[in-house]
Design a protein around this ligand. Structure first.
Ligand SMILES: Nc1nc2c(ncn2[C@@H]2O[C@H](COP(=O)(O)OP(=O)(O)OP(=O)(O)O)[C@@H](O)[C@H]2O)c(=O)[nH]1
Ligand SMILES: [Mg+2]
Length: 218
């Protein structure tokens, strides 16, 4: 009887664990975001922004939500380090791509990297959230402007592809993904929008788990 109750208790209190990778160009604010998520959900202050340096490798943070643990992997965004991102694609359940909405000069660079992420086969079916960070800055692009910036970049890119007469095969997938892409505005520094973003991730990993469960029941 004890074992039965113990098993039942373990089953009822079981928490599923999901991994979320946080990627984007260097200086986008990924580590600041992770530290803010930790402060908001773990009731212990994360690293203050002035103690955060460029990430060489990864930072990890875990938060506990109802019946769920979200494990965040904040990966370094410098050009040479970006090659490690792919190693995490197999194991991740969601992707948060962070853009510095206040850095107009690097938007195109960011879109080109983002486009590579979007078209990676390993994460084609993984929930992906685009975060327009630094909304606290008055000169930041809004969510709508960020969307437009990406769409403009995409149109330019498509026109260039067309002139080289290739790329059409992949365009369908990408355009479908783009159309359903969710973009949220956040300020990692001030914490605005962070709870909405974490809720989005929480709901989406739960839903994709249900889909996977349903498929494995067939
Ligand atoms: N104004 C403003 N500045 C921010 C915000 N988030 C991050 N920053 C600043 O942006 C700079 C880079 O932040 P990091 O969190 O180190 O950026 P990162 O994306 O982790 O960079 P890498 O580790 O090199 O990939 C720091 O000076 C932060 O204080 C924000 O929401 N608003
Ligand atoms: Mg970092």
């Amino acid at each position: 009887m004890y074992h039965l109750l113990k098993g039942l208790h373990a089953h009822l209190t079981r928490k599923d664990e999901f991994s979320v990778i946080i990627i984007g160009l260097d200086n986008a604010g990924k580590t600041t975001l992770l530290e803010k998520i930790k402060s908001l959900y773990n009731n212990v202050p994360g690293l203050p922004p002035d103690k955060i340096g460029p990430t060489v490798g990864q930072n990890i943070g875990k938060i506990t939500l109802p019946s769920t643990i979200l494990q965040f992997w904040d990966l370094g965004g410098q050009r040479d380090i970006r090659t490690i991102w792919e190693r995490y694609y197999d194991e991740c359940h969601a992707v948060a791509y962070v853009v510095d909405a206040d850095d107009r000069e690097r938007l195109d660079e960011g879109w080109s990297v983002f486009d590579n992420v979007l078209s990676s086969p390993k994460i084609l079916d993984v929930p992906l959230l685009l975060l327009a960070n630094k909304q606290d800055s008055p000169s930041s692009l809004s969510v709508q402007e960020i969307r437009e910036s990406y769409e403009n970049w995409w149109q330019r890119r498509k026109a260039a592809d067309r002139s080289q007469d290739d790329g059409d095969v992949q365009n369908g997938d990408r355009e479908e993904r783009m159309a359903s892409l969710d973009v949220m505005g956040v300020s990692a520094l001030e914490g605005t929008g962070i709870r909405d973003a974490v809720n989005w991730l929480f709901i989406r990993v739960q839903n994709s788990r249900r889909n996977t469960d349903a498929q494995s029941d067939l």
